[in-house]
Design a protein around this ligand. Structure first.
Ligand code: ACO
Length: 428
């Protein structure tokens, strides 16, 4: 019988810590009783070695470059599924039957409208507001519109919130974009499927029909699949942290949007394109790599490195292949692709990047595709948010369904002043 405990010795005290196993991948040492038993916390800045919850949604093996949603390899889903089916899978745990898929599509399709007051709310922004700021605020505002259906304990209301968020996110995202460029907002056309409907809301003008190359919808659908979930990343952990307080789903997801915005996370796709444009030409790549290695420069290669993947990000592999296909199919000749390829090549053979296992991540190539699809740069992270909504809300629901949930409340290693006495003003 294998030992199911780990032993920790602190000075002359030994404590036995239970090992807990998941269904696949590494197990964990349960340190829940550590402070009680020893008076010590664990220190793990940035949670690099800490599992904060149990989850049955997504599995990553960062050493081997494996990503699975509900047990299905990302490569198979990317090849054979579509975003809405993946959203169902993340939420429900199983692939839908025909009837289940029809109902899910119907439900999502019939919640795509936003309240007219949300439109007015967006109109309160200055015209040059960043669409992520507008999206974050507008999604938080949904809790005001649906405050009568935010009983977190009611499974039907939880499901309704999931449908509303998945359905309305593209509508609000497109509205935010159109407001920023002074175009009239387009209402969702429910005779179209999810991604095509979004593209129509983004690009259709009242004066003429939109000619849409099917390659565009196909590519965007694939990008949505690849971005739909990624276990306990910063934004999903934020959704769970906020959700753990009992906050409603709209407020929790709005917090996730805020976390996603940072350039170390979802904001990286926008930052990659800006970086490639700044590098400008393949002949400046060596200089950029040198600058990224210089800690004093404050510059990192955006789209490189990942907390979990110490091998190729499997999503980056799929996107890299797709980038060439999409650019060929759309007849786009983007010099930034050449810069990106040269940058990847230079970094992958450079000792600094090799030793630190820094590979291109999901966002290294996604920006080039978004650009080819004519998605404006400031909307890149919004695209990510639309897709990740499926994962965020699946995690929020799981958190409410799984027994033993507690408020997230990390501890700290205090490094501040030691106890001292207050001195009144005038005597300091
Ligand atoms: N360029 C240059 N050096 C880097 C990079 C990079 N992109 N990423 C990490 N490093 C270096 C660090 O300086 C550090 O070096 P050191 O050991 O000499 O101090 C080492 O590699 C480890 O880096 P950490 O910052 O400790 O790694 P961490 O896991 O905390 O960060 C992160 C991961 C945030 C993704 C980081 O690699 C990064 O900033 N990448 C660029 C931004 C990016 O692309 N973000 C998107 C991530 S994917 C996503 O969220 C969808």
């Amino acid at each position: 019988m294998p030992n199911k405990n780990a032993t920790l010795t602190i000075a002359d005290q030994s404590v036995s810590l239970p090992l807990v196993e998941g269904t696949h991948g590494p197990g964990c040492i349960d340190i829940g009783g550590l402070y009680h038993d020893t008076g010590h916390f664990t220190f793990d800045a940035g949670f690099g070695a800490t599992a904060a919850c149990k989850s049955a949604i997504t599995y990553i093996d960062g050493e081997k470059g494996v990503l699975m949603y509900r047990g299905y390899p990302i490569e198979q889903l990317a090849e054979q599924s579509n975003f809405l089916e993946v959203a169902y899978l993340l939420l429900e745990g199983e692939l839908p039957s025909d009837a289940e898929m029809t109902k899910f599509e119907h439900d999502v399709t019939h919640h795509t409208m936003m309240h007219e007051s949300v439109k007015n709310f967006l109109h309160g922004f200055h015209y040059d507001a960043h669409p992520m700021a507008m999206l974050c605020a507008a999604i938080a505002s949904l809790s005001a519109f649906y405050h009568d259906t935010t009983d977190n304990e009611d499974p039907a209301q939880r499901k309704l919130a999931a449908i509303r968020l998945i359905a309305k996110m593209p509508t609000i995202a497109a509205a935010a974009y159109r407001y920023s460029i002074g175009w009239p907002i387009r209402y969702p056309r429910n005779n179209l499927e999810y991604v095509t409907r979004f593209l129509h809301m983004m690009f259709e003008v009242p004066s003429e029909p939109l000619e849409l190359n099917p390659v565009v919808a196909k590519a965007l659908d694939l990008l949505f699949i690849l971005h739909a979930d990624h276990e306990q990343n910063a934004s999903t952990s934020t959704v769970r942290l906020v959700g753990s307080t009992g906050a409603n789903p709209y407020a929790s997801v709005a917090a996730g949007i805020a976390a996603l915005w940072g350039p170390a996370h979802g904001g990286a796709n926008e930052a990659v394109l800006k970086m490639l444009a700044e590098i400008g030409d393949a002949k400046h790549v060596e200089g950029a790599v040198a600058r990224a290695k210089d800690k004093d420069s404050g510059f990192r290669l955006m789209g490189f490195g990942h907390r979990v993947y110490k091998n190729f990000d499997p999503r980056a592999k799929i996107i890299r292949e797709m980038t060439h296909k999409v650019l060929d199919a759309l007849g786009v000749n983007d010099p930034l692709l050449e810069v990106a390829l040269k940058l990847e090549e230079a970094a992958l053979k450079d000792d600094y990047f090799v030793e630190r296992k820094l590979y291109p991540n999901v966002d290294f190539y996604s920006g080039i595709i978004y650009k080819a699809l004519k998605i404006p740069t400031e909307m890149f992270t919004v695209m990510f948010a639309i897709a990740r909504t499926a994962g965020w809300i699946a995690h929020w629901i799981e958190q409410h369904e799984m027994p033993g949930g507690r408020i997230y409340r990390p501890r700290q290693l205090y490094v501040g002043a030691t106890p001292r006495d207050y001195v009144v003003l005038g005597k300091r």
